[in-house]
Design a protein around this ligand. Structure first.
Ligand code: PRP
Ligand code: URA
Length: 230
């Protein structure tokens, strides 16, 4: 795990990625576990077919989710082992919010890790010309006082991630963590400007966007590759 930027207090230090300077108050964690890198390399490969892509995406989402919840608060519980009383710690209320469609490729990893998780959905689609996210669906459980993982594999311009995060914030959650597979400097900057309180967990910080808003080197259109709609 590489914390690309760590909250350093209130003097607005700079960090540099992808040839740009950033305000380093937004926490960005690059999950660079060898397994995550191994899975990401296969996801990037254009010859990986949708059936394999889905499996790889789920496995990588598991690694990312584990890192994202590393600092979630836990509460003490008392249990009886077959031999004697013992104390343990359990996680509190967790909500997962995949951004449709592509975020669905990350959801199963979270629901398998935490079967008790509540799930909300935010449907956003980028307009191809303006690259602005168009909202077409929203169904969220109560999030007040709960910890939310927003799941979207691609943080490109950051428009979708920022809009989804704003929608979740309306419900006054205890915390939000943004979990993605590949992020562009532009997307990080947008999240930083709009939601400096939301830490980002990503498997890769890529170089830049192309003129169509795709991440370079990226992995192409995640939703199309996941659902075979290319
Ligand atoms: C993709 C991706 C993100 C968004 C990222 O979704 O899954 O939601 O683009 O781009 P942005 O950071 O510039 O907003 P898309 O709009 O292609 O819809 P899909 O998930 O249905 O394929
Ligand atoms: N959405 C994708 O699926 N891929 C990109 O590279 C950018 C946005």
């Amino acid at each position: 795990m590489v914390p690309a930027a760590v909250d350093p207090g209130n003097h607005s230090p700079r960090a540099r990625w992808g040839g740009r300077d950033y305000d380093a108050r937004v926490s960005v964690t690059v999950v660079d576990h060898p397994l995550a890198e191994h899975l990401l390399a296969q996801l990037r490969d254009r010859t990986t077919p949708p059936a394999v892509f889905r499996t790889l995406a789920k496995r990588l989402a598991l690694a990312l989710a584990l890192e994202a919840i590393r600092d979630l608060p836990t509460t003490e519980v008392h249990v009886e082992t077959p031999l004697e009383p013992a104390s343990g710690r359990v996680l509190g209320d967790l909500v997962a919010v995949p951004i449709l469609r592509a975020g669905l490729g990350m959801l199963e990893a979270v629901t398998e890790l935490f079967p008790e998780v509540a799930v909300g959905y935010i449907g956003l689609e980028r307009d191809e010309a303006s690259l602005q996210p168009q909202s077409y669906y929203r169904k969220l459980p109560p999030v007040e006082g709960r910890h939310v993982l927003v799941l979207d594999p691609m943080l490109a311009t950051g428009g979708s991630g920022s809009a989804a995060t704003a929608a979740v914030k309306e419900g006054r959650p205890a915390s939000i963590r943004f979990v993605c597979v590949v992020s562009a400097p532009e997307g990080i900057a947008k999240m930083q400007a709009d939601h400096p309180d939301v830490p980002i967990f990503t498997a890769a910080l890529d170089r830049q966007l192309n003129e169509h808003g795709y991440i370079l080197p990226g992995l192409g259109d995640f939703g199309d590759r996941l659902f075979g709609t290319e």
